[in-house]
Design a protein around this ligand. Structure first.
Ligand SMILES: CC(C)(COP(=O)(O)OP(=O)(O)OC[C@H]1O[C@@H](n2cnc3c(N)ncnc32)[C@H](O)[C@@H]1OP(=O)(O)O)[C@@H](O)C(=O)NCCC(=O)NCCS
Length: 159
């Protein structure tokens, strides 16, 4: 299967919200309280306006999408702040897991971080993604944390 990674555009934002929603619904229950789970789905609702979703995913951010057969099947988003790169969102549709798409999206994000003179990247991993990020060279900076109803592992990598 051919996977194309490209910069996200304004017209992609509803599809990005759909991919996040589908992936989150199938994977995140064990990491969240019921309230957080519902709040997250509300935040990423594809029913929001294009303007709101543009602000959420693209304004001031680096955002890539993965396409398979012309359909968006994955999304990776990050920001450069205080000289560091932060991976904020990484989601692949469950039916496309383990095909190397997450890795391709991360590679592009990190390349963009490096282009922005960033030398280290950090993120908050879900429990499902821990092995994925470890495989990609990220190291836990502490044990599991909980904040606002969600469990995560803080991780970082020197680029
Ligand atoms: C995390 C996620 C983005 C990974 O995407 P993916 O396209 O399936 O990952 P890849 O195929 O590129 O995986 C690369 C390597 O990571 C590791 N890996 C990926 N998923 C794994 C899993 N569930 N368990 C163990 N190792 C895993 C493997 O070493 C894999 O290589 P292999 O398939 O050759 O063994 C995807 O599982 C996802 O969208 N999860 C739900 C959302 C989420 O938790 N995102 C992270 C938020 S912080």
């Amino acid at each position: 299967m051919k996977i194309l990674i490209r910069k996200a555009k304004r017209r992609d934002v509803k599809k990005i919200a759909e991919v996040i929603t589908k992936s989150f619904l199938e994977t995140a229950r064990r990491d969240c309280t019921k309230k957080k789970f519902e709040d997250y789905l509300g935040t990423h609702s594809p029913k929001k306006s294009e303007e709101e979703l543009f602000d959420l995913y693209l304004r001031g951010a680096i955002c890539f999408v993965a396409e398979a057969n012309g359909e968006i099947v994955g999304i990776g988003n990050g920001v450069v702040e205080n000289g560091r790169g932060r991976v904020s969102l990484l989601f692949v549709l469950p039916e496309y897991f383990r095909k190397g798409i997450g890795r391709k999206l991360m590679k592009r994000l990190e390349e963009d971080f490096i282009r922005n003179n960033v030398r280290y990247s950090y993120l908050r991993s879900s429990s499902l993604a821990l092995a994925f990020y470890q495989d990609f060279g990220y190291k836990k900076t502490s044990g599991m944390k909980k904040s606002f109803g969600i469990k995560y592992y803080p991780m970082k990598k020197v680029l």
